[in-house]
Design a protein around this ligand. Structure first.
Ligand SMILES: [Zn+2]
Length: 238
């Protein structure tokens, strides 16, 4: 049995449909920027075309059009760092002005669209990155509350990193009654992706064995942990 098949037995997940047409649902797109999702665009970008990433980008584009046509709001996080200011433990990525910090070509049209809120963030966790240090206000919390959203559908990259940290923190914030209208946080499994780094690739890059990150396994574990904290895992939206 493969490791993934074994995980599906020992850490099972259940996907379900999540109709969004008749809800006050907002779409959240996490970090679908060149530096993470465009082939060869940076140190953390896929080195070669990757099926999971291609599918994720396609689902984000499809859902963004669907939500905006129906008048439902879309928020997109864009990982963005000031040049020279590190984000340990990661190598430099998505530096402002490099182009890596901008939406991938398939989503570029979201810039300036009515109904779209872009949030640049300088850390993994989009909830933390939404905090305005000058005022203490949280742009994501304000976005949910202003639209009185009852649910969020979350997509993006990486399933087990930026998507997961955001979803886990939003579940706590919801339970802490920071967003009184918010009931459900759903994660679109096919609309999420993570990166692949085989043990051999890690070795050839001079990275420790602990940097190994098998894509399908890491994706599964991310989904499992989000579901275990109360997120709904979704396989079809409409
Ligand atoms: Zn970053």
């Amino acid at each position: 049995m493969t490791l993934l098949a074994s995980l599906q037995v020992s850490l099972p997940i259940a996907l379900q449909p999540f109709p969004t047409a008749n809800r006050r649902c907002g779409l959240v797109i996490v970090d679908v920027v060149n530096g993470f999702a465009t082939v060869g665009a940076g140190y953390l970008a896929p080195p070669l075309p990757n099926d999971q990433v291609i599918r994720m980008v396609g689902e984000c584009e499809r859902l963004a059009r669907l939500f905006l046509e129906r008048g439902q709001p879309v928020a997109a996080f864009l990982d963005t760092h000031e040049p020279g200011k590190a984000e340990p433990p990661y190598p430099p990525h998505c530096e402002r002005g490099s182009g890596e910090e901008n939406l991938v070509p398939a989503l570029k049209w979201l810039e300036g669209q009515s109904g779209v809120t872009l949030i640049r963030k300088d850390c993994i966790n989009g909830f933390v990155g939404s905090i305005d240090l000058a005022t203490g206000r949280n742009r994501m919390v304000d976005w949910v509350n202003e639209a009185r959203l009852d649910s969020l559908l979350v997509t993006g990259i990486c399933t087990d990193i930026c998507v997961m940290d955001f979803v886990l923190t939003m579940l706590s914030a919801r339970n802490h009654a920071m967003m009184p209208s918010l009931q459900e946080i759903a994660v679109h499994a096919l609309g999420c992706a993570t990166y692949d780094l085989t043990a051999e690739a890690a070795r050839s890059l001079g990275l420790p064995a602990t940097a190994t990150h098998p894509q399908m396994v890491a994706h599964h574990i991310g989904l499992y942990l989000m579901a275990s904290r109360g997120a709904l895992l979704v396989d079809s939206v409409e």
